[in-house]
Design a protein around this ligand. Structure first.
Ligand code: ASP
Length: 311
């Protein structure tokens, strides 16, 4: 019988709704796994019980440490239960920094544990089954939700569920920058752009000590003149600026004048990777001391992103 460690961190999969109508994490790992029908031997580690909006990079390190302990103790696989709001960020950080063969499967839920149509139990069942399957060895870090197995790179939560790259039908391409500490990684901020925006946010991030900025640019990689000036100042000060876009699913091509000026200022193009994951990739690239342009040329373009297909 294979042995899987379920590490809980909170999220909707563990929430019930209070008398005030607010959903809060209340379910322990034992509660979540009590009804599991599987021939896998399950062990629980209750690591955290928070809404995933509260997680910080240091918490990613706590998860990495729990994964490492499970591997050292000889587990065949690990499942991490997690809120969906920031799952794409945690999953990508773990993917970038975990090189082991033991499968690490993140899962969560879109509906509370006390909902009549709760999706958590089915998602957890899928995750435990996958993590305990001998054929999953070497798969690295994946996310399973709603019957789909996603690679972390390119995963995005949308109003209608997740979009990303379903790895089940294809060879898994792992993305790695080596063992790194998220808590000690340089500060990287995401800056929004909009009609009439100025450089206050860019300048403030630099003043706050950011070593990287992800510009959530307009369209295919544009920004107003004042923002471009701010990017020029940031790049001249040695801050790595990456151009992403605020348009879901769009590609940054910098084919217009303002985009060209951003590149001339020293900014790097992220192609299709959404801003929250650009931030994680930039943090890891800076922490690893890798050239930012090379890292984004390699992984900033994610082909085959699709909505979930329920099998
Ligand atoms: N707010 C929740 C969280 O991210 C949402 C969810 O889990 O679906 O923790």
């Amino acid at each position: 019988m294979s042995r899987v460690v379920v590490i809980t961190t909170g999220g909707t999969i563990a929430t019930s709704t209070g008398a005030d109508g607010v959903a809060r994490p209340t379910q322990t790992g034992d509660d979540l796994t009590a009804g599991l029908r599987t021939d896998v031997d399950v062990e629980v580690v209750d690591l955290m019980a928070v809404d995933s909006s509260q997680l910080t990079p240091s918490d990613w390190d706590r998860m990495s440490a729990a994964v490492a302990s499970a591997a050292q103790a000889g587990a065949d696989g690990v499942v991490i239960t997690h809120g969906t709001d920031t799952m794409e960020e945690t999953a990508l950080w773990l993917e970038l920094t975990y090189g082991g063969d033991m499968p690490v499967v993140l899962t969560g839920a879109m509906r509370s544990a006390d909902a009549e149509d709760a999706d958590g139990p089915a998602n957890l069942h899928d995750a435990v089954t996958l993590a305990g399957n001998a054929h999953a060895r070497g798969i690295g870090v994946v996310v399973t939700l709603a019957g789909t197995i996603w690679q972390p790179l390119g995963l995005t939560k949308t109003g209608a569920g997740f979009v990303g790259v379903d790895v089940a039908p294809r060879e898994r391409r792992r993305v790695s920058l080596g063992e790194l500490s998220a808590g000690r990684a340089p500060r990287v901020d995401v800056v929004a752009t909009y009609a009439g925006g100025d450089a206050v946010a860019v300048d403030a991030c630099v003043a706050a000590g950011a070593e990287g900025i992800v510009l959530e640019s307009l369209g295919s990689g544009n920004a107003g003149a004042a923002v471009i000036d701010g990017v020029r100042r940031a790049c001249a000060a040695g801050v790595a600026v990456v151009i992403s876009t605020r348009v879901p699913g769009a590609r940054v091509t910098v084919g217009y004048g303002p985009g060209r000026l951003l590149v001339e200022a020293g900014a790097v193009v992220a192609s299709t990777l959404p801003p929250p994951q650009c931030r994680v990739l930039l943090m890891a690239a800076l922490a690893a001391g890798e050239p930012v342009g090379d890292v984004f040329a390699k992984w900033g373009d994610v082909p085959d992103v699709r909505p979930a297909t329920v099998r």
